[in-house]
Design a protein around this ligand. Structure first.
Ligand SMILES: *Cc1c(COP(=O)(O)O)cnc(C)c1O
Length: 477
């Protein structure tokens, strides 16, 4: 596509967009168990679209120019603080997503300690890659503490032993994304506090769900700002607050803890710049859409959605446990994740393809450090009416996978440094990944098996090379 010589009619453009969207996975209907969070509320999209539109042209760069955005941001932060154990001292910001919230928590922790020249963070191996990304962007080293491959839980003693004089932050997740396990936040935060180190709770995934599960009587350790030693917490509103994409919240226990998060600059002949977030020009649309969503659903609405999610999670967990060839990673779900693996009789990557052929999309996860390869299901409220239907599809998929046998990964020893774009393009083509179309022509099982067989450094190199090959300008028409 090149820039059209003359502007096109609006309807024609929208038709073209609709045609493009047909290739995408379904964002609604509860059949996609990753990436999207569907509350299954019929009238919500119309409201968020209109709220987004009303504020789409505004810019959060300067809150005095657009006080509506400042007001909405402060309202959203207040709602998050109310849900996550904040008090009058709590402050926070709306960010563009969980990764940005994490990046800013790491930046604040690093810059609070100018005395430390080689800062480090301590985190369980199940923590989200956003922390590794923050470490890479901000030159903060990671001390990764492995989780037990059986229990998927981190030992608090190991966490505490990893804390050293250069540690600026300790991380706990509520829950960790891969298997939905809640880290022991009270013990981890206490360990951090004993060493005078900040503790960030990554509740990006569970922060807008678990407080409502607690109201519904689900037991679980405390993880929010009521826990002594927790200094900051993040929650993604574009996950279980069911807001359109582009909104997360980072809370700090006090304004003093937030201070090093800011970046101010006046050493140029232009406007005085001060930002709390990574972006300077900040789109108002997502903030307005989130603000509208929180008010439309309300506390009782979120509790109802959380109840549906709980019922669906338990239902899916039982459905998986009813299949003899499959094994759930946890005896009981601790949050809205169901993760399962196959035994010797079926390959979960092949099961994933067989489910996709029936319109159900689960997320394959690679084996890591003694933890087997798994299928991950993020469960949302929209799944509740479809549990029985999923169970039927799963039975059929497992039967198909048993008949098909495992995906075979023929992987020569690869030196990550020697992998060229040409080699990767040839491998992708051999595995049926059409780089021009941007999607696989057959199942993903072969590709996933290759990634699974590869050492971590090779996985990273392969994934990066494929994305680099996909992200090339469209051919000129
Ligand atoms: C989703 C997620 C993140 C990252 O959030 P993005 O919005 O994808 O940037 C961080 N931590 C956890 C636990 C998550 O589930």
């Amino acid at each position: 596509m090149s820039l059209p010589a003359h502007g096109r009619p609006a309807e024609e453009i929208l038709d073209a967009l609709r045609a493009l969207r047909e290739e995408d996975l379904p964002t609604h209907g509860g059949k996609l168990f990753a990436y999207v969070y569907d509350p299954g509320l019929a009238d919500l999209d119309e409201l968020t679209l209109r709220a987004h539109g009303l504020s789409a042209a505004t810019n959060g760069l300067d809150p005095t120019a657009f006080p509506s955005l400042l007001r909405m941001e402060n309202d959203i932060v207040a709602a998050a603080a109310g849900l996550l154990g904040g008090d009058r001292a709590t402050v926070g910001n709306v960010t563009s997503g969980g990764t940005e919230s994490v990046l800013l928590a790491v930046k604040a922790a690093r810059d609070a300690r100018p005395d430390v020249t080689a800062p480090r963070i301590v985190l369980p191996s199940s923590a989200h890659p956003a922390f590794a990304k923050a470490g890479a962007y901000l030159r903060v080293a990671l001390d990764v503490v492995p989780v037990d491959p059986q229990t998927l839980r981190v030992s608090t003693v190991d966490i505490e032993n990893a804390i050293g004089p250069d540690t600026v932050l300790v991380v706990a997740s509520a829950p960790a994304y891969p298997h939905g396990v809640l880290d022991p936040v009270p013990a981890i935060a206490a360990a951090a506090a004993r060493h005078g180190v900040r503790c960030h709770v990554d509740a990006c995934f569970g922060g807008w769900l678990l407080p409502f599960w607690r109201e519904l009587g689900v037991a679980g350790e405390a993880f929010d700002l009521t826990v002594p030693g927790v200094t900051s917490i993040s929650v993604d509103l574009h996950k279980y607050a069911y807001c359109p994409k582009g909104v997360s919240v980072l809370l700090h226990r006090t304004a003093q803890l937030r201070a090093p998060q800011y970046f101010g600059y006046a050493g140029w002949p232009g406007y005085g710049l001060v930002n709390a977030t990574v972006a300077s020009t900040r789109p108002g649309g997502p903030i307005a859409a989130a603000w509208a969503t929180l008010q439309r659903i309300g506390h009782d609405g979120y509790r109802t959605l959380a109840a549906r999610t709980l019922e669906a999670t338990r239902g899916l967990h039982e459905a998986v446990r009813a299949v003899p060839d499959l094994r759930t990673l946890l005896p009981e779900p601790e949050s809205s994740v169901v993760a399962f693996t196959g035994g010797s009789t079926v390959d979960v990557f092949v099961v994933a393809d067989a489910l996709a052929a029936q319109g159900w999309h689960i997320q394959p996860q690679m084996a890591f450090d003694g933890i087997p390869r798994t299928a991950h299901l993020t469960v949302t409220a929209a799944v509740a009416p479809h549990v029985a239907s999923f169970a039927g599809a799963l039975d059929a998929a497992v039967a198909a996978a048993r008949a098909a046998g495992p995906a075979i990964a023929e992987l020569p020893p690869l030196d990550p440094a020697a992998l060229t774009p040409d080699t990767v393009a040839r491998m992708a083509a051999a595995l049926g990944l059409d780089l021009a179309a941007g999607h696989p022509t057959q199942g993903m099982a072969g590709i996933n098996a290759v990634l699974d067989a590869a050492p971590v450094a090779v996985r990273e190199k392969l994934l990066t090379a494929v994305l680099d090959l996909l992200q090339r300008p469209s051919p000129q028409l």
